[in-house]
Design a protein around this ligand. Sequence first.
Ligand code: EAX
Length: 332
Amino acid sequence: MKKGIVVLIIIAAVIAAYFIWKKVEAPPKLVEIKLSVVTKPGSAQNIAAEKFKELIEQRSKGEIKVKIFHSASLGNETEILQQVQMNTVQMAVITGGPFDTFDPIARVINYPFLFKDNAQADEILDGPLGTEILKSLESSGFKGLCFSENGFRNLTNNKRSIKSPADIKGLKIRVMASAIHKAIWQALGANPTPMPWPIYTELEQGVIDGQENPLWVMEVYKFYEIQEYMTLSRHVYSYHIDVASLKWWKKLDSKTQDMIQKAMYEAAVFQRKENRDKNAARLKLLKEKGMQVEENPDIAAFRAKVANLKDMDLYSDPRVNAMLLKMLDATQ
Ligand code: EAX
């Protein structure tokens, strides 16, 4: 009889231990992701975010849910990145510029006239140098997943047609919150004004004379209504970093991490292609809307003005400098 009770107690203890262990070990069933972008639906960032949501929700059979916060509803890109660091936002698609203040390594890809075309940008950013940059963001609390794109940036303004840097002199140009972007426009002779997105009102009211962004921005944000001149300067390849909170990432099991990584990369590849496929039609539309487009600016003169940027203090951190040299070596 006594023996029977002991056996029962042991069985009960084993069952209890099993359930306690299961509760501790079992990953939470539902993963909820807040994903933030500063721009509105139809934007490059949003297209990458929407595609990611579609892929991951389908593949996880509903176990991973994504809620997208767009149109600066959680603040500007710097503020979004702070929330990602704290894990109050789990993921974001962020333009390369604002990363600059979190980790100066981001400056390397913003280097003017770095990539000669889309194919080269993909080759480098999807390759070992891109991976090294993503990895180094971990020291500032980010898990860099991959790169989607804004595209090559072009100058618009409301004062005059611009063919060479001499025409830029004194123009008040809005730039992203990024030391390298500011330095580029200083070197080109403008009066650069850092300002977070969005900037339509400032352009409309003449607080700034111009801005620079890829073609989709001029269409989606209707800049053709308020900017008369555009120059196809293609001075910087503007990337997005598709990023996750490192704090959050570390808590996910490896299967979930792999699924997220894979879906975000596929979304990025999809978005880059769709962005590029639309550029010819966008240029046509912007001309039809009345923008005067300088299609053959004096790029050699632009390049000459920014040739010394690599020697500036901006790149003096040994880690950043080493990466810049590797990048220039691989591209120029
Ligand atoms: O897509 O702030 C900027 O100029 C960025 O390019 C923004 O993401 C618009």
